[in-house]
Design a binder for this molecule. Sequence first.
Ligand code: GTP
Length: 935
Amino acid sequence: MAPDHSPDDTLGNSLIPIVNKLQDIFAQVTVDLKLDLPQVAVVGSQSSGKSSVLEALVGRDFLPRGNDIVTRRPLLLQLIKTSPGPTGRPAEWGEFLHAPGKMFYDFDRIRQEIQQETERLVGANKNVSDKPIRLKIFSPRVLTMTLVDLPGLTRIPVGDQPGDIEARIREMALEYIRRPNCIILAVSPANVDLATSDALQLAQVADPEGVRTIGVLTKLDIMDRGTDAAHILRNAHIPLRLGYIGVVLRAQADIMAGLPMPECRKREEVFFASHAEYRDVAAHCGVNNLARRLNAILVEHIRGLLPGLRRRIHEALEVRLAELRTLGDPEPVQSRSAKGAYLLQLLCDYAERYAAMLDGRHLDLNMAQQLSGGARVRAVFTEQFLPALTRLDPARDLTDGEVSTVIRNGAGVSGSLMVPQEPFELLARRAVQQLMAPSLSCKDRVHEELVRIAEAACPPETARFPQLQRHLAHAVVDFIRSGAAPAEAMIRSLVDCECDYINCDHPDFIGGRGAIRAVLQDRAARQAASSGQRKEATEGTGPTSSGASGSAVSGILPRKAMGALENGTRLPTPAIGLKGLPDHGTSLDEMFLPTGSRRRRSESESDIAAMTAMGSTAPSGAGGTLASGWFSWLLRDRPETGIGIHSSAAGSVSGMAGGGAGSGGSSGLMMGMGRGGDDGLAVAAAAAGGSLGPLPSLLARQLAGGSGRSRLTDSEAAEVEVVRRLVESYFAISRKNLSDLIPKTIMHFMVHYTKRGLQQHLIKALYRDDLLDALLTEADDVVARRSAAKEAVGVLRAAVSALEEVPNEMLLGAGSGGHGASNGTAAPNSSGTAVVNPFTAAVAAADAAAAASAHSEGPGGYLSAGSGGMMGSGSATSSLPPVPYSSGMGGFGSPGYGNDGGSVDRSVSMSAAANIASVATTQLQPMPFRTLEAL
Ligand SMILES: Nc1nc2c(ncn2[C@@H]2O[C@H](COP(=O)(O)OP(=O)(O)OP(=O)(O)O)[C@@H](O)[C@H]2O)c(=O)[nH]1
């Protein structure tokens, strides 16, 4: 009797053939759409009964068996259930991959063919090979599934077997059973101690969780008298998650005597019925139950597989249809006038696609993955250009010492009392000049993006006309370039304009007064903080000196100047300061009038260099003058500095005066410098003894390498602070201007220009009588690709119809009450948490079905809920996550028939894309999206 396909198999039988049909459809052509079906592999020691188990599942006698090593190459056996054939015609047959078109109706012949094919490769003397034999068995009496018969594990090499035969077979078996979608039938003979089972040992390696291993116990009928395997079948001995199934198969003598398979099944039934020790497990034993359980597992798996499969088929179909459109279906037009119209249409399409991509009107799937089209141009502005401007430091690379030197050099031989205009302008220009590089870089990035868009805008139909693509690429790139040149000129002019006139009247400019106020406030705050600390330290000692009374600012600034600052009134003394402050005359602002005629703008960097270098030659001051600048005046009488022009005016000219000023140097006129000889010029020390030594080319401070704030006098540091603030303020204005104008310039000269003019340009460049034929000549491979794409579309449509035969509830993954496979079973894991997986769920379903039809008197069978069996911890609804069957071995049918990837092959369309890309890359440069840092 063939395996009993009871109603619980109905679902599987309706579904699995559809999957097989799909596999067959895909096998016909080069549509590399793979199905990730689980397969069933038998593993175990030599002569444990592996082939016998497979045979029994198939229900036919066709595999070589014996007590010696028999299976010497893996056998991939695809069982395909067929409808019963018309009377008189054999309904069962086998086909080998290595003998295409040959149908084997005689199963003895199949056995012989397996033997011969084995010997053909590895000889007759017991050697083994890992090269599989692929066999399809078509029968109305089989469950549809793929089985793998593997050579048995052995220890001692015999015959032609190599010395490492044990390791070889082990590896061969592991190669199959390691695959996550392989269901392992671990076959162990019951007449050998289970603790020594090779099958279980190997299955443990490949499936440590035990979620896809079913134990199969053979030879129950020939166990030692007085022993039985009931405890094993109850899963009590060496527990497996999916438990054990006991079978009684044919002995060698039965085979020799030709005992028919149905007889054997009957005998098995009788065996379990007549052995009291197996009564409680009998309902779940036997070949029929093994088949049912495997089927349930497969069905559950396929249920999870189908929705994704349908989606992939539809996607593949879309890809092929799109490819067909690009290849031109039907054939391209022939008449000249029609060709002209077609070319015109293509050019207009191209220009429209380019514009649409810029405007964000062209949507495609790629857009979910990355920015594209106009959004990228905008990203260049917002995510690259603007942040790059923000990061710019107006006094980049200039130390305080250098700024100070520039200021001093700008003051010339007579020094200045207030902030000199020239050094400020020089530094401001230098800072603004920094805006040039990111601005030009922004233009370059947009240029790249436009070329990228131009590349992507190619209408798919152009793919078949390589010359047209080439000409298009040239024409478009030229056109984009023609917009980039004036954009660059404009950008340069804009930055030059910003540099050329330092507009101190700009309403946003902080101005000299503002800068001084800010610095004073800062300093006052610092001073207040430090005096607060001191006060805390000396609390209770009463008010301190005059410097501590009143505001911190007034302690620094002369009262009149302070008043002027606060009231905007005039100062009694002439002041020198920056021009461009809001009010003039004799107010505080007058302090900032320029000391000399302004120079024309010079090259900032060279000016800076020159002015810095000049530092050594410029005296830091002359006797009695505030050689270190106007800020000394602001700071005089400041108690904390310990300096005062009153007290030391007579003695000091500057630290530079060295020995000449030695007596007064320690409290010298010049702030900071008076603090000690070490602040003076190095030359001062060298010149001790009265005569002045030669003036070094750099100031000692710079020579010492310490041009930082700590090396400057307090006055110089304050001066530097004010100048820095002025430069920062002015730079911020220019940066703001350019952050607005540069994108506008680029948009105008490049983006909008190309968008508006591209169509005209293309028509002018390419819509030419002399080019028409060449441009519309198809590439040589297009015809072949068109027919391949058509074939693929046909196959995929067939696959779609095949899938339409699948009941909807299966595709949706809805539970099927009738089948029971939707009820998962929670197997307890070590921590007591329920672990549910499709395999166990399917097994539970099969068991439930078996229990329902069981004729045993047992209390629901050993796998039933609550029985304490390995499955017995109750059931759970199977909104189960599908097991991630990430890979699988190739199915039977064709070399490319494997199920190891599951991905849609887009080779043809990809080659089309590659074609486009290759054309483009010869003409156009690839446009990587540079990161922010690239700027
Ligand atoms: N009595 C009895 N004999 C069995 C049973 N199962 C298998 N046999 C016998 O055991 C021997 C080995 O069986 P095979 O099916 O060839 O074992 P195998 O594991 O495929 O062997 P190799 O492919 O050589 O590793 C054969 O003679 C079978 O008839 C069983 O349940 N009872």
